[in-house]
Design a protein around this ligand. Structure first.
Ligand code: SF4
Length: 388
């Protein structure tokens, strides 16, 4: 099964080489440091498995590898190495990200983690996965329940410190994290001013960069993204196209779907928000308190905050149609959609809901095409031939 991981590395290597000759050098950079991390893990370097909300500022400080579940599953599925492999191990209705991760472990495609750090929030399924790995393979696990984030995060830091040496102090970590936030704010300013300047599906390919905030790599990467945007503004024009706000995920197995649709139909996608953690700055003196507050004020923690942000993006980008794409069996975001839909309806906005399994496959492009064509023909008076 090591062959499958070598296959993934080879595919990543090929993509990096191709991307270096395009205006997507930031993607090449992103893939390249993910590839180096995987190479070190395959070579035997121990790693800590983390669920999505475990603060990357803490993982940036220790001299070992950290692997986030969604990121490795995203890389494996989008590189097509798992085709036909994934099978349910818990129940059929758990989010397939976690079944896919277990599959990577149980087929020895990646080595087992040395330690596991999990947050109960936001995703109960991730906690179930971590508990399963803990009991099946006797891997030590630390769960942050959210009863007192500050105290639990501090304890998590000390647990890691007993096992691994520090490679970066709090001061440096705060500096890198704040630099990343500043760059992210600037990127947002440009992308709202120039809707569609960055392809939404390309930005969604790097959404797990959020799990690197606190590291030098995230800062270097965001500098490259910002430079790319600034270069693009020099030739940016505003086509008379239907603006569509895209909420949620994209199918990992068809992760250029939005660019494809844009080529065929006069529409421009604008992604909702690149990361859950909005514009939160850290301080050295209140580091753990700030990390705790960063989770509690993150964009998706209170649906009202997300709605306000969505309405701002709609207003600034003049989006006319909103499409929400949910992961099937996700226990986190789909239950909140009704509240969002009601808030949009009050503003006279149309929200179309689509769902699919973004890991296992099965979503047909035609379903998305139909949703857009239907709206575009009715509201923009496009004739059916506008779709090529
Ligand atoms: S899609 Fe939902 S259930 Fe699945 S990992 Fe993400 S938050 Fe958790």
């Amino acid at each position: 099964m090591q062959d499958m991981m070598n296959d993934l590395i080879k595919k990543m290597d090929l993509s990096i080489r191709m991307l270096l000759h395009t205006d997507k050098k930031y993607l090449a950079f992103y893939l390249s440091y993910q590839k180096q991390k995987l190479e070190r893990i395959i070579a035997g370097r121990p790693y800590v498995l983390c669920s999505y909300y475990f603060p990357s500022e803490l993982t940036s400080m220790f001299d070992t590898e950290f692997l986030y579940i969604e990121r490795i599953v995203g890389l494996a599925v989008s590189s097509n190495i798992m085709k036909g492999k994934e099978r349910p191990i818990f129940t059929n209705d758990i989010c397939s990200y976690h079944n896919a991760f277990v599959d990577l472990i149980e087929n020895n495609i990646i080595p087992k983690p040395q330690f596991i750090m999990a947050l109960s929030y936001p995703c109960h399924d991730a906690k179930m996965l971590c508990e399963y790995l803990h009991s099946r393979y006797n891997i030590p696990l630390y769960i942050i329940s959210g009863q007192n984030y500050e105290r639990e995060l501090k304890k998590g830091f000390h647990i890691l410190k007993e096992r691994y040496s520090l490679c970066q102090n709090i001061n440096e970590t705060v500096e890198f994290s704040n630099q990343a936030v500043t760059l992210k704010k600037e990127i947002d300013r440009y992308r709202l001013k120039y809707p569609g300047i960055m392809k939404s599906d390309e930005m969604l390919k790097i959404f797990t960069l959020e799990n690197d905030f606190g590291s030098r790599e995230a800062v270097d990467m965001l500098k490259l993204v910002l430079k790319t945007i600034k270069d693009k503004t020099l030739q940016h024009s505003y086509p008379d196209s239907l603006r569509i706000l895209w909420m949620g995920l994209i199918p990992l197995y068809d992760n250029s779907i939005l660019s494809h649709i844009e080529k065929c139909f006069p529409c421009t996608f604008v992604y909702e928000e690149m990361w859950m953690f909005g514009h939160y700055f850290l301080t050295e003196d209140n580091f753990f308190e700030n990390l705790s507050s960063k989770i509690r004020t993150s964009l998706f923690y209170h649906t009202r905050d997300r709605i306000e942000r969505l309405l701002t993006v709609v207003k600034e980008t003049k989006a006319e149609l909103i499409i929400n794409f949910s992961q099937r069996n996700c226990s986190f975001l789909p239950p909140k959609i009704k509240e969002i839909e009601a808030a949009f309806a009050k503003e006279g906005l149309v929200l179309k809901n689509l769902d699919a399994d973004v890991v296992r496959g099965g979503f047909e492009r035609e379903t998305l095409v139909e949703a857009i064509r239907d709206f575009g023909v009715k509201r923009k008076n496009y004739d059916n031939n506008a779709f090529r």
